[in-house]
Design a protein around this ligand. Structure first.
Ligand SMILES: N[C@@H](CCC(=O)N[C@@H](CS)C(=O)NCC(=O)O)C(=O)O
Length: 216
């Protein structure tokens, strides 16, 4: 199977997680950010992740991919239960964290921005969404201050470092880890200890690298 991804894409990290957690091989294909031909050719629109199955057919939508792999390869791992309070905490952080993340992604040396065209495409598209990248970077301290508070709330909901609900791996982990993993690119952000333990443990279990070493 092949999984078409961008490294920074949290939905792609969801899909990558299930392969890592199940120790199931998959070929990762990093497309350029401005490559519309590949995804449109596979699923009729420009979006990743895309799973190309063994029969050649292509599947979009991160959670569909996660459930497909969980149901069809090895013993089922994930519970479907998501606590509403965890979902609320994730949505709250998700409402502004792109102001911190998007201007940093383009400085991390990620494979989806190898060409100038790919870089320009991303910057133009996302500037329309969050405003000027340099201005957002300059406002990091205020976003980080808000985030530190919200992360304290989130920490109270993470009950074990290898499964957020404390009992079984679940869709909660598939939603939560990609967000925390992306936040490791923010220099000066101190994850509360419980979340730091969680992100490190889940990175190992999922076989997905963090950005801590190149944080900006
Ligand atoms: N609902 C989709 C969302 C996927 C999505 O929004 N992917 C983004 C990247 S993070 C994308 O491909 N956007 C088009 C673009 O970047 O041009 C899923 O869960 O897979």
């Amino acid at each position: 199977m092949k999984l078409y991804v961008f490294d920074h894409c949290p939905y792609c990290v969801r899909a990558r997680m299930i392969f890592g957690l199940k120790k199931q091989d998959v070929e990762l294909v990093y497309i350029q950010n401005d490559d519309e031909t590949t995804p449109v050719g596979l699923i009729g629109k420009k979006a990743v992740p895309i799973l190309q199955k063994e029969d050649g057919s292509a599947m979009p939508e991160s959670l569909d991919i996660v459930r497909y792999v969980d149901d069809n390869y090895g013993e089922k791992l994930l519970s479907d239960v998501v606590r509403p309070e965890l979902e609320t905490a994730i949505k709250q952080i998700g409402s502004y964290y792109n102001h911190l993340l998007l201007p940093r992604f383009v400085q991390l040396g990620l494979p989806e921005y190898e060409t100038q065209g790919a870089l320009d495409y991303f910057i133009n598209k996302k500037t329309a969404f969050i405003g000027d990248f340099a201005e957002n970077l300059a406002q990091s301290a205020q976003y980080i201050a808000e985030l530190q508070q919200d992360l304290l709330t989130l920490e109270t909901l993470v009950l074990a470092e290898d499964k957020a609900n404390g009992q079984q791996l679940s869709i909660e982990d598939i939603m939560l880890f990609p967000m925390l993993r992306n936040l490791t690119c923010v220099k000066g952000l101190v994850l509360p200890q419980g979340l730091q333990n969680y992100v490190q443990t889940m990175a190992k279990l999922s076989n997905i690298e963090l950005y801590s070493d190149k944080a900006i």
